[in-house]
Design a protein around this ligand. Sequence first.
Ligand code: GRF
Length: 214
Amino acid sequence: MSEKIKVAVLISGNGTNLQALIDACIAPNYPAEIVLVISNKANAKGIERAQKAGIKTRIIDHTNYRSREEFDCKLSIILSNSECKLVCLAGFMRILSESFVNTWPNSILNIHPSLLPSFPGTKTHERALEAGVKFSGCTLHFVTAELDAGPIIGQAAVPVLDNDTPKTLANRVLIEEHKLYALGLELVANKILKNKEADLHREQSTVSKSLINF
Ligand code: GRF
């Protein structure tokens, strides 16, 4: 089996995006594997999904921590111990502190249910309908300290129909989120593997050059 990038997934709820990633990881040549699922809510349905797939789970209830920083610090320690290289936010309803984000540079992915930079934050579908946009969609992006503003990995668009409600639009977007997340994670994980390979070749050629000079 070829090398896979270890991934942790953070959730708060239903976990259908998590399920899409679990399903994608089943393919033998998929370059990522989920090593840990963390939820800040004990009753998140996504925890059941992870357990069913035989993935290690942890509940870290944010209400047990005195501050955002304290919770994020605990999160960071658990993630480091899991040896994950990437952290996928999948319906994780917590804003992460600047210090957490800076501890995991270019390593945190988030799926957002709008075509960023339009409609960052919450109530995206309500706001998209109010604004009268004819297309909406979803964005997979790297997480930076600024909310929903990190570099975009990919986007998928869907039409907004005249009789849409926030719910019907959300359902249409969610189908695309699942495809985009699996594809985007594949792209990012493959890039990391390629860079690792290039680093290894560079190291080997440095070693052989120094042997020649010896
Ligand atoms: C998704 O729409 C995601 O974009 C948003 O929250 C929803 C989570 O859905 N952040 P699920 O938990 O993955 O089913």
